[in-house]
Design a protein around this ligand. Sequence first.
Ligand code: GLN
Length: 492
Amino acid sequence: MLLYDTVISARDAVRAKDISAVELTRAALARIEEQDQLLGAFNSKDSARALIQAKAVDDGERTGPLAGVPIAIKDNICTSWGTTTCSSKMLENFRAPYDATVVRALEDAGAVIVGKTNLDEFAMGSSTENSAFKITRNPWDQKRVPGGSSGGSAAAVAASRCCGALGSDTGGSIRQPASFCGLVGMKPTYGRVSRYGLVAFASSLDQIGPMAWTVGDCAQVLNVISGHDRKDSTSVRDAAPDYIANLEKPIDRLRIGVVKEFQAIAGVDPQVKSAIDAAIKKYQSLGAEIVEVSLPHTDYGIAAYYIIAPCEASSNLARYDGVHFGHRTSEQVNDIVELFSKSRAEGFGPEVQRRIMIGTYALSSGYYDAYYNRALQIRTLIRRDFDEAFRQCDVILSPTSPTPAFKAGEKTADPLQMYLVDVFTVTCNIAGIPGISVPCGFTSGANPLPIGMQLLGPVFSEEKLLRVARMFEATTDFHKRRPVMDIQASVE
Ligand code: GLN
């Protein structure tokens, strides 16, 4: 473990000179160097650059609310140094010409970026097994997946290679890996955080957000990365509130919604169910009122998501043709069309190809109305469902994922099984609302696995969501547990 493994404890320790930023960065880098082979959390790191950044903090040249804190970045977020691969052969050697706005913001706040983390190729997946380079293992049980698609970011924090990380969430990719790795992870409202420099998967659903051990850590990182950016026309103009200022203040007369239709969802692990029930009781004991709400179009969420996201992806990924962007075949070709198709067949992995085909099919003439337009209609209905539900409650509480972390290889043979994992998370992106996953329990057994609960709120309710999450965290200990991976010798 790092001596200071949370964002705020590291920041305060550096500030108080209990440890230097260089020492802290060295410790994080050493852990990546010596132990990441097995875990596979990182795609790349730039130690020399990180140490220069850290030294500048120690010399008083770099200051700010994250000064000296080691942070990792998902490898689909552009940095002007090193590569931005999206864990795809297509972009294996891609060097972005600029920094994403969030990267600039982190560095302006003094953060030390230690490396870029593994993901499902182009963020398509729920286990990080779709990376073209390697799988990432879950620090709590290395036979299991860390979740996805931000699995590298989750594993990196959980295994103490950094204090916090950025992920991206299109259908659950921050919240689900956070829940699998015992972390807090937040998907902000669409438009709250700039997407400039995030490699697009599904532009109307994508959002960047923080992953860390505590609610306070996420609030701190969100403070730094949120706000208007004129380089992203979808980023909102009004100033973001200070998410830390009132974090410790409990919400009076809190109304927590539990969703009637969620009770009927099949395949929810009994241990997840009982952890969620216990969380509901905990909130009751803190004075919250529990109300049953209805989201009548819950059943259509996965279907709508797995049309809308692939449609947008098929359009966004058209730019990777070996000419404008990405891998170019070295084989002999007769014309430009063959160049495109060979390059794309070599550069994209099977899941990405599947999404492009689904999206292209659903957008093609004759099918557009039956699939894409239909999915957009469902999108409107799902949005209305939430509007209606939030008239009766402040936040909605559910599991983040139906199960704890599953075994590597368990769901790779059947893409549908992998898609169904997202049942609780995708509607949040479809509606554009914020969601947070918070540790709420552990499974019993020899290798206890973290369980996460999801809290959803109306658009721009991040401040309230964080406070509600903090109320729970302040009276529980789940966020204090750490994996014992240092003594897990090896993987069979
Ligand atoms: N698991 C979902 C998918 O495969 C969500 C991914 C994401 O949020 N990036 O599309």
